[in-house]
Design a protein around this ligand. Structure first.
Ligand code: ZN
Length: 414
């Protein structure tokens, strides 16, 4: 998707403003001799920004406005090394609430709704984002925060909450509790708005059925405002995102080049009007694609597909992108296949083609050859590649206490 004339102008203003500030990115642009952008090509040659940059700029190096203009900071969790701090101006905070209210509207939520907010408040962008959007919309916020299931269920019944906002795992826990206690008839929930972490279809349909609600996936990340830059509509065919605030590109994570619309790759986001901490071409590592064409709902906002995984986990064979999560889903549905597997990929130079071997642990009670055939058939129908399947007895593959390395790619060492 190309930049519109307005977006190109907004990006140019962002860059010029960054250069004028003495901020981390301003200095990077100055050093690179960048003075602005005037074309798509020029834009696509701008350097990427990354979470590593933001860590280098800790704590407030990316701040691009004077101190008196900053009204709040948020921080993303620092599980690996330093956390990231993002400063917001009053306009940033308001823009975020406007986007978030638009998300609620897109999900068919109105000012008559009562929104129970269970994501955490504090440094994290979640709870406060859900709340600000709710107030902007004019709905009633029930600011619970996470945990205390007893009280959550009490408030849900007494206040007749109509919308639940949560992480998908907490929504699952609440759904199970409601089921266990037989409360389904006493709750008034109609819709759920959940963070767009990857979750299985099984989990989705369980929550949907147990709570009897419509589900909406909200997209966003702390570095770019927070959750609320996009959501699916009732057509349930991709996530509409707000292109008057963000510009989204899809790139090949290996080459960094833009891919054509419709093709899968890594989401790269540019903020168009952000003041406190503008980001140009921020690499999210989320994998998706632009869905070409207009949505049946009639909205003009462009769409990205549901997030498929993280680029760090992606591998490509015969031009098809794959994720360990897809392999796990296939194996889950094969009788006798265990969850333990590994994948070896190599290139056959004589035949000039990639070879993919999936070694899977198979239980002794089933026929190895038949099981291998059904795994192969499932790969073909679900992913579109036909690997060689090697079944081995359970306990053959090495176990690791750390994250198991599932994919061994010999092509990269050539
Ligand atoms: Zn739509």
């Amino acid at each position: 998707m190309k930049l519109s004339a307005i977006q190109l102008n907004q990006a140019d203003i962002q860059i010029k403003r960054l250069i004028k500030s003495d901020s981390y990115y301003g200095n990077i642009f100055k050093k690179a001799g960048i003075t602005g952008v005037s074309s798509q090509e020029e834009f696509e040659s701008l350097p990427f920004s990354s979470k590593d940059d933001l860590r280098n700029a800790y704590p407030l190096g990316i701040q691009a406005v004077p101190d008196e203009d900053v009204v709040r900071i948020h921080s993303s969790s620092g599980t690996t090394g330093k956390p990231v701090i993002i400063p917001y101006t009053a306009k940033d905070v308001d823009d975020w609430a406007v986007m978030f209210a638009r998300c609620y509207e897109t999900a068919g939520i109105t000012n008559k709704d009562r929104i129970q907010i269970t994501p955490g408040y504090g440094l994290w962008t979640a709870g406060i984002g859900f709340q600000a959007g709710c107030e902007k919309l004019g709905a009633m916020a029930i600011p619970m925060g996470p945990g205390n299931t007893e009280k959550q269920l009490q408030m849900m019944q007494d206040l007749k909450s109509t919308v639940l906002t949560a992480t998908s795992s907490y929504a699952l826990l609440l759904a199970e509790e409601i089921n266990k206690r037989g409360l389904k008839d006493k709750i008034c929930l109609k819709k759920g708005v959940f963070g767009s972490e990857r979750w299985s279809d099984k989990m989705r349909s369980y929550i949907q059925k147990e709570l009897g609600i419509e589900l909406y996936d909200i997209y966003g990340l702390t570095e770019i405002y927070g959750p609320g830059i996009g959501i699916n509509c009732s057509e349930n065919n991709g996530i509409h995102y707000w292109d008057d605030y963000v510009y989204i590109e899809i790139i090949d994570p290996k080459t960094g080049k833009n891919v054509p619309d419709g093709e899968e790759g890594e989401i790269v986001i540019t903020t168009l009007v952000k003041e406190g901490a503008p980001l140009i071409r921020f690499r999210t590592h989320d994998i998706s694609r632009i869905i070409p064409g207009k949505c049946k709902c009639g909205r003009d906002y462009p769409r990205i597909d549901t997030i498929k995984g993280r680029s760090d986990d992606m591998f490509k064979v015969h031009g098809v992108n794959m994720f360990p999560s897809q392999v796990e889903e296939i194996l889950q549905n094969i009788d006798g296949a265990s969850s333990e597997y590994n994948i070896t990929i190599a290139h056959d130079n004589d035949k000039n083609k990639d070879i993919m071997i999936v070694t899977v642990e198979v239980e002794g009670r089933v026929d190895f050859e038949k099981t291998a055939n059904s795994i192969r058939a499932s790969f073909k129908s679900k992913i579109g590649v036909t690997p060689k399947i090697t079944p081995v007895p359970v306990g053959t593959l090495p176990r690791s206490e750390k994250k198991t390395k599932r994919v061994i790619d010999y092509r990269e060492t050539v």
